[in-house]
Design a binder for this molecule. Structure first.
Ligand SMILES: [Zn+2]
Length: 496
């Protein structure tokens, strides 16, 4: 079905008409058959049959769901030119590849290529704000390239400045980095914010203190990978707490391999947790922690981590987070012979985490909800060609389990239509593709074909297949055959 609507022109008010509106206000009010009016960069009104100013452009939202733009609070955007390369990696292989062996191969233009692609990918999926957890900034030139790319895409971003090639107390002491941070902090607007990104190893000497002091001096929030199996743990949290660096604006990414003591400290100091469920499940930071942290009342936001494995798709984040939380709840209950009759985590909760939760993590109460006066970051899910688009009976369940990025019809950021009728507006994707291809070419030729292929296909250790006593048609040897027959006979005996 073609879309007869013209793409709205910039500078004029826009109204989305007759949708199911998930306001994500404090009580998560849902309005059926309602309109959302956008004037300038703000939501002007939400409600049925709104009167609109002359010249307002209409977008038909009938049969669709209108929701706030989603917010991803942790994504290593610079890695996006490596899309899918590490699909079969563990965290160990990721660390070896980026931290030890090949991270230094990335030039400023490679960071820019990854960031630009990641930024467009986010917008296209209805993710209107992304924290670029940019820990590949080996030099200020890399940082400038990262910012240039983010500024070239009409989304909202936060550059979380980091550098895995140096210790945090080293790079934060670099005068050039300080000058960059001061300049960009002063130039920060509500489209591009700034944070510091580094991890705390748990060294009792707490050398990270110097980096925290720089963050405090510059007035920048810190985001940190906490509770990552084999890398960061309770010691890091305790040291941060004892030295007074756990603050409400601190974002703890993963927070998976932690004990209740750390969760108490996070809850008591008002910080939030960024859960990357797809990442935790595959890479091994620890079990996705929502089943624990929700008991502590800690605010949660969602994130996708890196496109070297996954994508900027918060629909999959919502879905896997619900699955992991419920899976653990059932599992824990079954261990004690109990049955879960009512699941604790609801579809509405993960939609809240993907929108308002991100806004809370970033201290941006003007984002994450559709209420008059808030910033106009709006997503319309509508896909007339999809048999999955109707009926919409349970809107939160529909977003969490039925919808996907291909259903994102329209996206507004700061009142500007950046995607319409399933297409990004005014984007030269061919140019971005060339930039990314050239980056891949550089990385690939720097590594050499063999190293490149090995990196993508880590060797499997010899797998030991379990002997299966019921498979009696294929025998490896007489001894295993005899053993299997014995077990099989026993089994038959107990059956009789
Ligand atoms: Zn990460």
């Amino acid at each position: 079905m073609s879309n007869p609507e013209p793409t709205p022109e910039a500078g004029r008010p826009v109204v989305l008409r007759n949708g199911t509106v998930l306001t994500m206000d404090d009580t998560c009010t849902v309005l059926e058959g309602a309109d959302v009016l956008v004037v300038g960069d703000r939501i002007a009104a939400v409600g049925p049959a709104l009167e609109v100013p002359e010249g307002t452009q209409e977008i038909d939202a009938r049969g669709g769901i209108v929701m706030p733009g989603m917010i991803d609070t942790h994504r290593h955007m610079w890695q996006t030119a490596m899309r899918g390369y590490g699909a079969d990696w563990t965290l160990t292989q990721y660390f070896v590849w980026y931290y030890l062996e090949h991270g230094r191969t990335f030039r400023p233009q490679d960071v820019a290529a990854g960031n630009r692609l990641a930024a467009l990918e986010a917008l296209e999926a209805g993710v209107t704000t992304t924290v670029d957890w940019s820990h590949g900034l080996q030099s200020v030139d890399h940082a400038e390239a990262a910012v240039e790319a983010l500024r070239s895409v009409p989304g909202r971003f936060v550059l979380a400045y980091g550098n895995i090639q140096a210790a945090p107390w080293e790079w934060t002491a670099d005068p050039a980095v300080r000058a960059f941070l001061e300049r960009h902090r002063d130039a920060a607007d509500d489209m591009l914010g700034l944070q510091l990104a580094f991890d705390v190893t748990g060294d009792p000497a707490f050398p990270e203190q110097a980096a925290f002091e720089v963050a405090r001096e510059l007035g920048l929030p810190v985001t940190t990978h906490a509770g990552v199996w084999g890398a960061t743990n309770d010691d890091g949290i305790r040291l941060m707490h004892e030295h007074g660096f756990m603050t409400p604006e601190t974002v703890y990414v993963h927070a998976a391999t932690l004990t209740p003591d750390s969760y108490h400290r996070i809850a008591a100091t008002g910080g939030s947790i960024s859960v990357s469920t797809e990442s935790e499940q595959s890479a091994g930071q620890g079990y996705p922690p929502t089943w624990q942290v929700r008991r502590h009342g800690i605010p949660v936001s969602l994130s996708m981590d890196t496109s070297v494995w996954w994508s900027a798709d918060l629909f999959s984040a919502m879905r896997t987070t619900l699955g992991a939380d419920r899976s653990r709840e059932h599992f824990e209950a079954h261990l004690t012979g109990e049955t879960v009759t009512h699941v604790a985590l609801r579809a509405r909760d993960v939609v809240q985490w993907a929108t308002r939760g991100g806004a809370t993590a970033l201290g941006r109460d003007d984002l994450g909800s559709l209420q008059p006066g808030r910033k106009a970051d709006v997503v319309l899910l509508r896909n007339d060609d999809s048999p999955v688009s109707f009926p919409v009976l349970n809107p939160f369940g529909h977003v969490a389990f039925q919808a996907q990025r291909g259903d994102v019809h329209t996206v507004l950021v700061d009142g500007r239509v950046v995607k319409h009728a399933h297409k990004l507006v005014g984007v030269d994707l061919a140019a971005v593709r060339r930039e990314v291809e050239s980056s891949v070419e550089h990385l690939r030729s720097s590594l050499g074909e063999e190293t490149w292929a090995q990196g993508m296909n880590p060797d499997l250790p010899d797998a030991q297949m379990l002997d299966n006593p019921y498979q009696y048609t294929e025998y490896k040897s007489d001894s295993t055959r005899a053993a299997r027959e014995e077990v099989f006979e026993e089994h038959l005996a107990t059956e009789r």
